[in-house]
Design a protein around this ligand. Structure first.
Ligand code: C2E
Ligand code: CA
Ligand code: CA
Ligand code: CA
Length: 279
């Protein structure tokens, strides 16, 4: 038994060592990913529940790794945050999404806005405001067509500072969405002081909407809350017609999810926009 225990121990440490080597490689690879143009943005439509029209596009980052294939953000955003790479990466994302929006606009197929995710580390970095101002200037995107998605986590730090950053962004003319709404720790109180435009109902509430009466109650309540406070509201992670029917019944006007489309590589998404042109 002792021998077995030891072997297990050895196997375990080798595994751990292998893992940390892989992680170190990944961080090293990530450093070059930007220059080697291995990062790409996929886009997922934000859709009107009433007529199916595409009102927006959310940019979601992917890494086309030379050996590992397509790597999702869950596997490298935390690494990018730790290493600080998230700052140049975030700048690249902003520029790329806004340039792409302008191409859609030139073709006459642009939705109302393009949304870019901004994580906690990016949000608190002093360069954010400057980056956004810069991208508006260099790409010429109308400020109102750029939407930034932030999470409630920005409220867990210095609230006054967060509000002042948000006000700074708003003064540039961009819109702000509160992502994953309902999953954070913050109090409802911030909704009074936050200059946000849209609440995004987190997909965990949407998942079991059709058979979980508590989730259904939460969704209905968020929609009412948004309406009464003058915010837009959108539900994410909508996969079924049942979920959509419930949302429409609850007066949630917009949705996002596999039911409308998965996030698509840029060419496929552009085709999607063309096929949805109002006739
Ligand atoms: P998020 O912003 O909450 O994005 C929604 C996630 O749900 C995306 O995963 C999307 O692909 C997925 N999703 C969309 N529709 C459905 C659906 O109907 N069902 C299910 N089960 N999932 C759906 P993804 O692309 O893996 O992104 C994960 C997270 O990574 C994002 O969560 C966001 O927090 C972060 N992220 C993505 N792109 C960026 C980026 O450019 N910058 C930063 N800072 N974070 C990003
Ligand atoms: Ca998002
Ligand atoms: Ca979300
Ligand atoms: Ca999320």
């Amino acid at each position: 038994a002792k021998l077995l225990g030891d072997r297990r121990h050895i196997a375990f440490s080798e595994d751990m060592a292998q893992r940390s080597i892989e992680m170190m490689n990944l961080e090293n690879d990530l450093r070059h990913a930007l220059n080697r143009e291995e990062l790409e943005l996929h886009y997922q439509p934000k859709v009107s529940g009433h007529d199916g029209s595409v009102v927006g596009a959310e940019a979601l980052i992917r890494w086309r790794h030379p050996r590992l294939g397509l790597v999702g953000p869950g596997d490298f955003i935390p690494l990018a945050e730790e290493s600080g790479l998230i700052i140049p990466m975030g700048r690249w994302t902003l520029v790329t999404a806004c340039k792409q929006y302008m191409l859609w606009q030139a073709e006459g197929i642009a939705p109302d806005s393009v949304s870019v995710n901004v994580s906690m580390r990016q949000f608190t970095d002093t360069s954010l405001l400057e980056s956004v101002r810069d991208v508006l200037e260099t790409t010429g995107i109308p400020p109102g067509c750029l939407d930034l998605e932030i999470t409630e986590s920005v409220m867990t730090g210095n609230v006054e500072r967060a509000v002042s950053i948000l006000n700074g962004l708003k003064s540039l003319g961009v819109t702000l969405s509160m992502d994953d709404f309902g999953t954070g720790y913050s109090s409802l109180n911030y909704l009074k002081t936050f200059p946000i435009d849209t609440l995004k109902i987190d997909q965990t509430f949407v998942r079991d909407l059709s058979h979980d009466t508590k989730d259904a109650a939460i969704v209905t309540t968020i929609v009412t809350l948004a309406r009464n406070l003058g915010f837009n509201v959108i539900a994410e992670g909508v996969e079924s017609h049942d979920q959509l029917a419930f949302l429409i019944g609850s007066d949630c006007p917009l949705f996002q999810g596999y039911l409308a489309s998965r996030p698509l590589p840029v060419d496929a998404f552009t085709e999607f926009l063309r096929s949805r042109l109002p006739r």
